[in-house]
Design a protein around this ligand. Sequence first.
Ligand code: FAQ
Length: 332
Amino acid sequence: MTTAPALRGAREPVTDGPDEAAEQATFDALIAAEQRIEPRDWMPEAYRKTLIRQISQHAHSEIIGMQPEGNWITRAPSLKRKAILMAKVQDEAGHGLYLYSAAQTLGITRDEMTEQLIAGKAKYSSIFNYPTPTWADMGAIGWLVDGAAICNQVPLCRASYGPYGRAMVRICKEESFHQRQGFEILLALMQGTPAQRQMAQDAVNRWYWPSLMMFGPPDDESPNSAQSMEWKIKRFSNDELRQRFVGMLVPQAAVLGVTLPDPELRWDEDAQRWHMSEIDWTEFHEVLRGRGPMNAERLRNRRNAHEDGAWVREAAAEYARRQAARAEGKVA
Ligand code: FAQ
């Protein structure tokens, strides 16, 4: 996306009183011209709220998403695997921070978002409410969960809101490394003993359906999609991305030698789409209501970590206060 001087000029503040219709027309023209909306630009209130909703949920997902894999850092099967896993989990913390920063440009504070998360009022991705009982889960998360994240997030690099789109570029580069490391874990297991192959297949069986749910409800039950696509925040519908993801998985599953756990899965030549079994949307809605296998534990851990970190925040704030006072010459 480029910035055309003509349209930028048109965004000068209206001097003769508030003229929302003119602001709206400029906003619409920028969106139509594939240009970016920046934090200081006028934007409809609903656009701002939609972005805060999506970006903060996304940030929360990255932060909560550290837990399922964090669970395996101390038990990774070798020093090399441990170093890689630590780097991956650290990347996820970084993604959370870029995304919180992007959301802050829209007028919400980091404290407000944190409060919403630890109070259990904020949504985060359903996928992180499932357990990770074996090492193969690290492979399945990388291959399936990061794979779904990439499918969903590459189009978000072109999101109309500048800070979000730019954050997504770096995030996607890192997610792509994450997916490869997951694939490689599964490949190593699939080349191992029968027990290791079984462990890999079992993890794929458990993560496959939840990873398809990551794309959100079917298009005809997705209340936000139409407007988000009109605003060019989302570029493809939930079902379109889900189809694209399955198309990506099928050849990769063949290389791995794992079976995707859907007996109905086949390419429908007439419809030009993947035919698949019905997704269990009851399970999805249960997880969203907080009744997934790990919801309570994920939230409890986040709340405890926040409380345990209080002294760090206090010390950092006090340090900043003293630095500021010293700069003003009030403290020796
Ligand atoms: N889980 O109308 P739509 C990652 C909610 S990061 C929970 O279709 P929309 C990296 C939705 O919020 C994964 N809630 O909504 C990683 C809405 O509720 P609301 C996170 C869901 O926004 C890897 C309602 O249902 N990625 O994986 C889910 O147009 C490994 C109706 O849905 C992002 O956040 C769900 N799966 O489309 C980290 C990407 N799906 O707010 C660690 C950015 C839907 O109205 C380890 N987000 N809902 O109360 C998006 O692309 C979109 O927000 C969608 C949902 C596609 C998720």
